[in-house]
Design a protein around this ligand. Structure first.
Ligand code: ADP
Ligand code: MG
Length: 795
């Protein structure tokens, strides 16, 4: 039977956390045999520390239980409960019991489970497991499987095989249980992602403590046991009880403190190996017959390999050098590959006997266990790839959300506004770029023109566009011929017009530039005025002047009053009054000077005020000037625009004209060709007719000649010597016929000749006309426009 596929995604879970193999020492009390032998306790535990002393040796472990170390009852809580919890989080775990035979491995692990006895690690694990499942089952779906195998003499045996159940009774105590014949042996296999599986072992699905306990009990009973000198109950096989826990979190769970909402759809799977190793004592100490010895050697093969693996993994130097770890040296190490230096949290419990007779083995066990402490494992959460991916994405989402918040939590509205602004800015930028490009090209054209005008002739300028258009006309598939050469004047005109336009634009640009410069100048001047708060200043000075005037008035009043007093005093003149008069005079003088000063001050203020007024006026003027420059600028810009618009219009119409001209040219060309062909035909007809006329003339001449000669013949006959009357009649008859025929012929030929002459004259006339037409056509004048001649009339 093939084992169910191993859970997917092992090693693909969360980042591996380094953790060392934890080692606890379990010291059992002296047992009956030892007591009866009068053995002494040779192991001491340093009080309050996980430290064991034996003879001169001292070892420190993670925990020490029993024989006045921590109480054994604390072992499960401290060493195994964390592993069970980890199982629920998806971490693999392993508990190994190591020690010589009779040291208490089976007792510690609880592998010898019988009748619901709940001491030992495995029963306690089952207890905790099911109570935990009970509390979590409403939010998570669980599936539990158990397998129980033993490795005896390098052979993996299935302790839960239902077929071998009945056979256990027939198996004798010495050789252990015999495999069922025909059943393939259990194979250790490694999946592509490095997971070790057992192919062919029975995995039983269990859903309750009772079911699992039954499996444990059944396996324990099946386990091969043979009595040795050391322990007549002990097994020389390695027993591995494995619990597989698969869990699928339900979609809408009620969250407990442990699980986060993010893990709501998670699939996890983990395995817990509970290993009861065979006795670690040396083979010689089993000391029995050859068969036993052989077994001892085999046992030690597995433990030797385990020792080598521990040594390779526990030595930091070797680990760093990447030394080969001999997992494949034995079935045991191969099966425990993940538990040692791999994907598992591992606890080793070193079981020792405190009896002095076992001191040597106890020391060996402690040394062995001590090395195991250095092994570093890398347990990871075993998820299936899908949930793994989902978790990753969730984490990413969270990260992005956090980042979004960190960026000031800008709302989507804000983003929208910003986006709009960006679009607007981009559009503006594009416009500006276009403008810049335009200005640049204009500038280049300007430069070009300047160099051209240095050459002396504005007509030598041909703008690129113009050149191009000319080229396109020249290279077109028909020839404009002379009609085009007739346009050269127009093209010159066009060049001139363009030149004029550019020149105008240039001067306007310059003007604009000048205006801008002046505007800048005036504005900076204006700023100087603007720097002072003129109104406030004016008010200030006005107030000051008023104040001064008041002061002046008061002083004048005082003076008048004093003058009046002096006059009074002068009227009643005596010694005393003279004195008073002096004082008054003095005071008066002082007042006079004061008035003078005030007047001066007032005048200077008035002066200042006047100056202020002047500067105000200047500022006003400046302002006006600025206004007018601005207006001029606007006007100029408008003019430039108008001019450009006009030029554009002109250019467009010009192009249209050109197009028309091209069309016309094409039509003229066609007409010309047609005329030429016609001409040719007329010539041919004329030639033929002339030839016909010549032929007719020749024939006429021949006939005339023939008539003359026949007349001569007749006269010769009539003048001859006697021709009979019959002969004369016949010949006369023939002559008359001949004469008649000649006459008819002559008449015909003459008629034909006249007709041909007429035709010839008409053709000659037509030819002349055609020649004229051809001439007109080549000069670009439509023949139809010039005369109403129809070429088809005479055809
Ligand atoms: P092993 O499996 O290592 O060969 P066992 O577990 O069979 O050793 O133990 C040998 C004997 O010692 C058994 O009779 C067992 O009851 C006893 N024993 C082992 N450990 C303890 C312990 N902690 N307290 C009391 N008795 C123990
Ligand atoms: Mg045992």
């Amino acid at each position: 039977m093939e084992a169910p596929p191993s859970p997917p995604g092992t090693n693909a879970g969360a980042a591996a956390e380094d953790c060392c193999v934890k080692v606890a020492v379990h010291i059992r009390p002296l047992i009956g045999d030892e007591r009866s032998q009068g053995c002494k306790d040779c192991v001491t535990v340093v009080s309050g520390k996980p430290q064991v002393q034996i003879g001169m040796h001292s070892f420190t472990f993670d925990h020490v239980y029993g024989s006045t170390g921590s109480s054994s009852s604390a072992m499960f809580e401290e060493c195994v409960t964390p592993l069970v919890d980890g199982l629920f989080q998806g971490y693999n775990a392993t508990v190994l019991a190591y020690g010589q035979t009779g040291s208490g491995k089976t007792y510690t692990m609880g592998t010898g489970f019988k009748d619901g006895c709940q001491t030992g690690i495995i029963p306690q694990v089952m207890n905790v497991l099911f109570s935990k499942i009970e509390t979590l089952k409403h939010q998570t779906e669980f599936q539990l499987h158990v397998s129980f195998i033993e490795i005896l003499k390098e052979e993996v045996r299935d302790l839960l095989d239902p077929n071998s159940l009945n056979k256990s009774e027939t198996a004798n105590g010495h050789t252990g249980k015999v495999s069922v014949p025909g059943k393939p042996p259990i194979q250790i296999r490694e999946t592509s992602n490095g997971v070790i599986t057992l192919a062919g072992s029975t995995e039983i699905s269990v859903s309750s403590f009772k079911e699992m306990a039954a499996c444990l009990e059944q396996g324990s009973m099946s386990r091969a046991t043979g009595s040795t000198n050391m322990n007549n109950q002990s097994s020389r096989s390695h027993a591995i009880f494995t619990i597989s826990l698969e869990q699928m979190r339900k979609l809408s769970p009620v969250f407990s403190g442990e699980s986060s909402p993010n893990e709501s759809e998670e699939y996890l799977c983990a395995k817990l190996h509970l290993v009861d190793l065979a006795g670690s004592e040396r083979a010689k100490r089993t000391g029995s017959d050859g068969l036993r010895f052989k077994e001892g050697v085999h046992i030690n093969k597995g433990l030797l390999a385990l020792g080598n693996v521990i040594s390779a993994l526990g030595d930091e130097k070797k680990r760093k050098e990447g030394v080969h770890v001999p997992y494949r040296d034995s079935k045991l190490t191969r099966l425990l590959q993940d538990s040692l230096g791999g994907n598992s949290r591992t606890v080793m419990i070193a079981c020792i006997s405190p009896a002095d007779i076992n001191a040597e083995e106890t020391l060996n066990t402690l040394k062995y266990a001590n090395r195991a402490r250095n092994i570093q494992n890398k347990p990871v959460i075993n998820r299936d790839p899908m949930s793994n991916e989902m978790l990753k994405m969730r984490q990413q989402l969270e990260y992005l959300q956090a980042e979004l918040c960190a960026r000031g939590g800008s709302s989507s509205e804000e983003v929208q506004v910003l986006k709009e602004r960006i679009t607007w800015l981009e559009a503006a930028n594009e416009d500006l770029c276009r403008e810049l490009h335009e200005y640049r090209s204009r500038c280049i054209a300007m430069d070009q023109r300047e160099t051209d005008s240095l050459d002396g002739s504005p007509y030598s300028l041909k703008s690129d566009g113009l050149k191009r258009s000319l080229q396109s006309i020249e290279s077109s598939d028909y020839q404009m011929g002379e009609s085009l050469s007739g346009d050269s004047r127009e093209i010159d005109e066009e060049v001139a017009k363009e030149w004029e336009h550019k020149l105008l634009q240039n001067t306007m640009d310059k003007e604009l530039h000048e205006l801008n410069r002046r505007l800048e100048e005036k504005e900076s001047e204006m700023k100087l005025f603007g720097g002072i708060n003129t109104e406030a200043l004016k008010q200030h000075f006005g107030k000051k002047i008023l104040e001064l005037e008041d002061e002046k008035r008061i002083v004048q009043q005082e003076r008048d009053r004093l003058l009046a007093e002096i006059e009074n005093l002068a009227a009643s003149s005596d010694g005393q009054t003279q004195k008073m008069q002096d004082i008054h005079a003095h005071k008066l003088k002082f007042l006079e000077t004061q008035i003078l000063e005030l007047r001066k001050k007032q005048e200077s203020h008035v002066q200042l005020l006047k100056q202020k007024q002047k500067s105000d006026e200047a500022a006003k003027r400046l302002q006006d000037e600025i206004q007018s420059i601005k207006a001029q600028k606007v006007q100029l810009q408008q003019r430039m625009k108008q001019e450009a618009e006009q030029f554009r219009h002109w250019k467009a119409s010009r192009e249209k004209e050109l197009l028309q001209l091209r069309k016309e040219g094409r039509r003229n060309e066609y007409e010309r060709h047609k005329l030429q062909a016609l001409n040719q035909r007329q010539k041919l007809v004329l030639q033929r007719k002339t030839e016909e006329a010549a032929m007719a003339t020749k024939r006429l001449k021949e006939l005339l000649e023939a008539r003359k000669s026949s007349v001569r013949d007749n006269s010769a006959v009539s003048n001859g010597n006697g021709v009979n009357g019959q002969t004369n009649d016949k010949s006369l008859q023939r002559w008359l016929d001949h004469e008649l025929e000649v006459m008819v012929n002559v008449h015909e030929v003459r008629f034909e000749y006249e007709k041909q002459s007429q035709v010839r004259a008409a053709l000659a006339e037509e030819l002349a006309v055609l020649k004229q037409v051809d001439e007109f056509a080549s000069k670009g004048i439509s023949p139809r426009a010039k005369n109403g001649f129809s070429r088809h009339e005479n055809c």
